[in-house]
Design a binder for this molecule. Structure first.
Ligand SMILES: O=c1ccn([C@H]2C[C@H](O)[C@@H](COP(=O)(O)O)O2)c(=O)[nH]1
Ligand SMILES: [Zn+2]
Length: 197
């Protein structure tokens, strides 16, 4: 998985190769923000939307994930029988009529009593409809990665509502250029490795 971010080296999911001194705890672990944002991106990989895949993760004050979702068709509406395009003149033949947004799915999938005072991590700045749901659910903070639609009315309206409602929002700037899950490395038995040169 790669976040289209800025700086330096990839973070690789393997302790013994990148951290040869085995007597000490690793220190360069994923930050909480990277961890939750990467989880949102991983969730987005489940989306069937051919154009834009969005993931969202809701985290409570104890840093527990209490909801997760991605954009997709409503339950019981088969992906292969619903429209995924957006150029049809009949709105009922476009995906927008049907797709449930990642934020809504994350909130509705909550495994806690509520999401009051939680933080939502999202790949893309939430639209106005999602902002309404976020506000009404009591979410306190939005951490987003992409703001590429900042000129869209849906984004401008969203920011207006979130600001008025006192929901904080901040952009996630990734400290690593990539977060890589390398299954080949994971399957290596680290106990037999000598420290990397
Ligand atoms: O807040 C949002 C905004 C959009 N989405 C989803 C809805 C659609 O499936 C795509 C957007 O499709 P485009 O073709 O790129 O317009 O993203 C969301 O989940 N949350
Ligand atoms: Zn939305």
């Amino acid at each position: 998985m790669a976040l289209n971010g800025r700086p330096t080296s990839p973070t690789t999911l393997n302790g013994s190769i990148s951290h040869p001194s085995q007597g000490e705890a690793r220190t360069d672990v994923l930050s909480w923000d990277s961890y939750f944002m990467a989880t949102a991106f991983l969730s987005a990989m489940r989306s069937k939307d051919p154009v834009t895949q969005v993931g969202a993760v809701i985290v409570n004050r104890q840093k527990r994930i209490v909801g997760i979702g991605y954009n997709g068709m409503p339950r019981g509406c088969p992906d292969d029988q619903m429209p995924w395009g957006k150029g049809h003149e009949d709105p009922c033949e476009n995906k927008f009529m049907y797709v449930c947004h990642a934020e809504m799915n994350a909130i509705l999938s909550k495994n806690a009593a509520d999401v009051e005072n939680c933080t939502i991590y999202v790949a893309l700045f939430p639209c106005n409809e999602c902002a309404k749901i976020i506000i009404q659910a009591g979410v306190r903070e939005v951490v987003y990665y992409s703001d590429k639609r900042n000129d869209d009315p849906a984004t401008r309206g969203s920011k207006r509502m979130l600001s008025q409602a006192g929901v904080q929002f901040r952009q996630f700037i990734p400290p690593e250029s990539q977060i890589v899950i390398d299954f080949h490395v994971i399957d290596h038995d680290s106990r037999s490795l000598t420290p990397a040169q």
